[in-house]
Write a protein that binds this ligand. Structure first.
Ligand SMILES: Cc1cc2nc3c(=O)[nH]c(=O)nc-3n(C[C@H](O)[C@H](O)[C@H](O)COP(=O)(O)OP(=O)(O)OC[C@H]3O[C@@H](n4cnc5c(N)ncnc54)[C@H](O)[C@@H]3O)c2cc1C
Length: 281
């Protein structure tokens, strides 16, 4: 892990034109902080296909921050994935986040030809050689559908060795889980950078719901404190900033190769942490 640290912000494509304009404003503001890249999520099964493509091309072309599209394989055929890869390659996109994805409930069974992200990584390498820097997802607290932790680690190692260049983690609030994960996969011969995904805390009930679904544990002392604040949004914000800033300090001091902010399409919460950490570039 000799590279310089890298910092990035993630967005999701919006449903409305007004939302899209707001997202572009946020992106322009974040661009002034000189991040290494932006990324933009992709709804599995192609549910945000056009919106993801348009957002990626605009962030990359107009806002002028290199932007990585997320690409998930469940629900998309190889032909559809190939088409997207060629579109991005021809547009000069150099980085991609390769995922299995989760089909939204109601979309039925996965109909794609690739079942797991390791197969997508192999597919991207076969189709486009070394053109893309491939990011993969990592789960320091275990993917919620994994049979067990050992199995999940083995699956991550297989996915990394399929040709990934680096990984971004699911968010977590326990730095030890990250350090343990990195140590385990390094012992198994994976030395790609594993960049912590950082979720700013802004709202307790939403965060609790989301964390349950994606398997991120909110430590009891954080949960109890957030519950005690009730509707007091300012106190939640101040406490959340402090907790996340301190965790990021520990991560960076412990050798984390950068940070990836789940911006939730907002500038303020990520920038508060960025500024606390004094990440001027
Ligand atoms: C940084 C980041 C960005 C994300 N962006 C998006 C997005 O844009 N769109 C979206 O829909 N979702 C996104 N997600 C969520 C992600 O798609 C889900 O967590 C999904 O359930 C797993 O995707 P994966 O790529 O990690 O899958 P995989 O690595 O394929 O793992 C999925 C599960 O299958 C198991 N597994 C893996 N390989 C095998 C194998 N060969 N055989 C048997 N079991 C296996 C794993 O242990 C794990 O339990 C993102 C997650 C992260 C961390």
């Amino acid at each position: 892990m000799s590279q310089e640290r890298r910092y990035s912000f993630e967005f999701f494509p919006t449903k409305t034109e007004a939302g899209h304009e707001k997202l572009m404003e946020v992106a322009r503001q974040l661009a002034t902080y000189n991040p290494d890249f932006f990324s933009c999520t992709y709804g599995a099964g192609g549910s945000t296909r056009d919106r993801t493509v348009n957002t990626v091309l605009q962030l990359d072309g107009d806002v002028k921050v290199p932007t990585a599209p997320h690409l998930s394989c469940v629900g998309d055929s190889k032909a559809e994935l190939r088409e997207l890869l060629n579109l991005y390659k021809n547009a000069g996109i150099k980085r991609i986040v390769a995922l299995r994805g989760d089909l939204p409930s109601g979309m039925g069974m996965a109909s794609g030809e690739l079942r797991y992200a390791n197969e997508l990584v192999e597919f991207i390498r076969t189709e486009t050689g070394d053109h893309f820097h491939i990011e993969i997802a990592a789960y320091p607290e275990m993917h919620p559908q994994a049979r067990n932790f050992e199995d999940d680690i083995a699956n991550f190692v297989r996915k990394a060795k399929a040709g990934a260049d680096s990984a971004i983690t699911q968010y977590f609030f326990n730095a030890d889980s990250y350090f343990y994960f990195v140590e385990r996969v390094q012992k198994l011969g994976v030395d790609i950078p594993v960049v912590p995904g950082i979720m700013p805390i802004t709202n307790y009930s939403k965060l609790a719901r989301f964390s349950d679904a994606c398997g991120a544990e909110i430590p009891r002392w954080v949960r109890k404190q957030l519950e005690a604040y009730g509707d007091d949004a300012d106190s939640i914000r101040v406490f959340g900033e402090q907790v996340i800033t301190e965790m990021c300090e520990r991560l960076l001091q412990g050798g984390a190769p950068g940070l990836h902010f789940y911006s939730m399409n907002l500038a303020g919460p990520s920038l508060a942490i960025w500024n606390n950490l004094d990440l001027k570039r």
